[in-house]
Design a binder for this molecule. Structure first.
Ligand SMILES: [Zn+2]
Length: 289
């Protein structure tokens, strides 16, 4: 265990869940960054049977190796795009059941009346299904269940679960009928899944409301004993959760940073005394809180 700021007591325990519980308990408030490792630890894997059983035809044609890679792939045209995406959205954004791990985490935070906010980079419906308070969640990367204009012409997103189901049901040979392809009510361009790419993302009124809530929370607790906790954050978009969490921790001497991840990503030396690494299985570290 590294040397730790005297403000915080770090439990000398064999259980990393005990260590994490104690830190959350000591904190005035906890800022939680949730990455792709969290749903994966809850069984919502983007590789293996969950992917192979639902997309055998697309895997055969494109040799995709995981569902997220496939989700961002270029397809032949909109008909094929929506054949893939409707199945993906139904599986991960609409019909995905409540996860045990998310349920446990939500109960833990709510039953103990902790002050917390969540910055989420997953587009799935895991937080929604586990009844997390919408006012405490900032879905930074959009939502699979919503659609945006592929030309980004207006700051609106749309949800139509019935249409998604119809596209899944009525598709043949990896194509949906042309007349089912959703269109932008404003400019007529095809709609696509609400997500961020190099071209950007439609950030609608709900996105801006969540952003404001998140920043209001940070402002309210700024300078206090804040725990900046990242869970299952990967390496693809460090500027969303990891680097801002490092910066917030560095700029606030009373703050603490915790990385929950089985991969030993680097944590900079300038956080010495303000960092704790918990490299156990997320299903156990979070699941045994
Ligand atoms: Zn449009």
């Amino acid at each position: 265990m590294e040397k730790i700021s005297p403000l915080w007591k770090v439990e000398d325990s064999d259980s990393q869940a005990d260590t994490l519980r104690s830190l959350i308990d000591q904190a005035d408030a906890t800022v939680i960054g949730v990455g792709a490792g969290m749903p994966a630890a809850d069984g919502f894997s983007y590789v293996g049977p969950r992917f192979e059983d639902n997309f055998a035809d697309f895997i055969e044609k494109y040799h995709f190796y995981d569902m997220l890679q496939a989700f961002l792939a270029k397809f032949e045209d909109w008909s094929e795009y929506w054949a893939f995406e409707s199945r993906f959205v139904l599986l991960n954004g609409i019909d995905q059941p409540e996860g045990k791990l998310y349920h446990h985490f939500q109960q833990f935070l709510e039953n103990n009346h902790y002050e917390y906010t969540i910055l989420n980079t997953n587009g799935d419906n895991t937080l929604e299904k586990a009844h997390f308070d919408k006012d405490r969640v900032f879905n930074y990367q959009g939502q699979f269940s919503r659609m945006q204009c592929s030309k980004f012409c207006t700051p609106f997103t749309y949800r139509d679960d019935d249409l998604i189901r119809k596209m899944v049901r009525d598709q043949r040979n990896m194509r949906v009928p042309e007349d089912l392809i959703p269109r932008c009510p404003n400019c007529g361009a095809p709609l696509e899944v609400n997500k961020r790419t190099d071209q950007g993302m439609v950030e609608d009124a709900e996105w801006h409301r969540e952003e404001k809530n998140y920043h209001d929370f940070l402002d309210k607790w700024n300078g206090k004993k804040v725990l900046n906790l990242e869970i299952g954050v990967g390496h693809t978009t460090p500027w969303i959760i990891r680097e801002p969490f490092w910066k917030m921790t560095k700029e606030s001497p009373d703050a603490m940073y915790v990385m929950v991840n089985q991969k030993d990503y680097l944590i900079p030396d300038y956080l010495d005394g303000q960092k704790v690494r918990l490299n156990g299985d997320i299903a156990q570290v979070v699941g045994q809180l």
